[in-house]
Design a protein around this ligand. Structure first.
Ligand code: ASP
Length: 409
């Protein structure tokens, strides 16, 4: 990395950190002005998020096509895909076990909350077969318009593999065009990301002002348990995988990931964090073809933080209702929370909707979600941070594997 680039990056990291800290301080000081902050500061955060949403679909679409065509060999793409999915699945199962374990250890400190008069509307139940059918786009543009990441990934894979199968002359032209489009959107992304400190500040101040006082209330214990579990999973599981499978020092990894981590914490959106996550992983040495495939996939299907949250909240809600979960119910939670986290969209608040599915699967009252709904954003900031960190470990580990096998330089 050139010296100029390193300087630029550390300046951005420093500015995001300053924005984050000042947003927390100001938010706590201005708790009585939450409404005004929501009216006048949040819109600037929303503008920034709009720009991120604008850039994220072309980035994902073209970078996945770019990733496939530059790996050239179909077998190599398949190998990265299979390894990644197994890795995602194993780390998510580990996350939910940690979440459940922590919640059970600490459940005595959970308050018993009056459990009448709770209301929570359950959305329509989507069957497994419907979910499967919905992965495949039925229109070329709708996935982009709706930012349906899984459909965009499938569409990009079809186009990418088709480019590999057309005649050489057209293939070269297509690859050239994809590379140019990739460069254009990457540049646009860089411009938008340079606004991150302002975006982070404007997004976070109203959230802190609105929730600050509430955290001190009776929900502090469940939040603390969730954050402890997030931290344990991040610091122990990811440090272990990154150290053993990628031979990178965890300190170097977390330092390099700082901008993406702060961004995810403020935006609570894995999908919105894709661009900055790609940047951080590549600066840590991950290969562009790998990041452009593994990170969008991770932002869509790999949600370790969400899985932990679901485990902790399931135990919390059960204990508020005076219900003791059986071992069978816990196993059921591990399975459904792993699947639910795959189906969770990488946008703010979606994990809470999927919590309904987890509660239903073990026969817990879904209205219990109302107990934690008020502070969902605070849970969400932590779970999103963990979600994107897990995706990044997969990108770096995959790169290292391919390098060791001599498949990339
Ligand atoms: N906000 C999370 C994410 O974007 C998803 C969730 O709500 O759990 O990763």
């Amino acid at each position: 990395m050139s010296e100029k680039k390193v300087k630029k990056k550390s300046k951005l990291t420093r500015n995001i950190l300053i924005a984050l800290v000042s947003a927390i301080i100001l938010g706590l000081l201005l708790q009585s002005k939450a409404e005004i902050l929501n009216e006048y500061i949040k819109p600037f955060g929303d503008i920034f998020l709009n720009l991120i949403k604008f850039i994220v679909t072309p980035i994902v679409f073209f970078s996945i096509i770019g990733g496939i065509v530059s790996m050239k060999d179909i077998k190599k793409v398949g190998e990265v895909g299979i390894f990644t999915i197994i890795y995602y699945f194993l780390t998510t199962s580990c996350a939910i076990v940690i979440g459940l374990g922590f919640a059970n250890i600490f459940k005595r400190v959970f308050p018993v909350i009056a459990t009448t008069n709770l209301e929570f509307e359950v959305g329509e139940k989507v069957s497994f077969m419907d979910t499967l059918v919905n992965i495949f786009p039925k229109n070329f543009l709708t996935p982009m318009v709706e930012a349906n990441m899984l459909q965009i990934i499938v569409g990009a894979m079809i186009v990418g593999f088709s480019i590999l199968l057309i005649k050489k002359e057209s293939q070269d032209k297509a690859i050239g065009a994809v590379e140019v489009l990739n460069d254009i959107f990457m540049k646009a992304m860089e411009l938008i990301l340079s606004l991150s400190p302002i975006g982070v500040f404007c997004l976070l101040v109203p959230v802190i002002a609105e929730n600050g006082a509430m955290i001190i209330g009776s929900l502090a214990s469940v939040l603390l348990v969730a954050y402890l579990a997030y931290a344990l999973h991040g610091l122990v599981v990811y440090s272990f995988t990154i150290k053993t499978l990628a031979k990178i020092s965890p300190i170097q990894f977390f330092k390099g990931m700082a901008p993406a981590i702060m961004f995810a914490f403020s935006s609570a959106s894995s999908v919105g964090t894709i661009p900055i996550n790609i940047k951080c992983c590549e600066e840590l040495g991950a290969d562009h073809d790998v990041t452009s495939f593994v990170l969008p996939l991770g932002a869509t299907i790999n949600m370790d933080g969400t899985a932990i949250y679901q485990g902790v909240c399931a135990v919390f809600i059960a204990s508020c209702y005076g219900i003791d979960l059986t071992l069978g119910q816990m196993v059921n939670i591990v399975l459904t929370a792993t699947l639910a986290s795959i189906g969770t969209a990488g946008v703010p608040g979606s994990g809470m909707i999927m919590l309904a599915m987890v509660l239903q699967s073990v026969g817990l009252p879904v209205e219990g979600i109302a107990l934690v709904a008020g502070i969902d954003r605070i849970f969400d900031m932590g779970r999103t941070t963990l979600n994107i960190t897990g995706d990044a470990t997969a990108a770096i580990i995959n790169t290292e594997r391919l390098r060791r096998k001599g498949k990339i330089a």
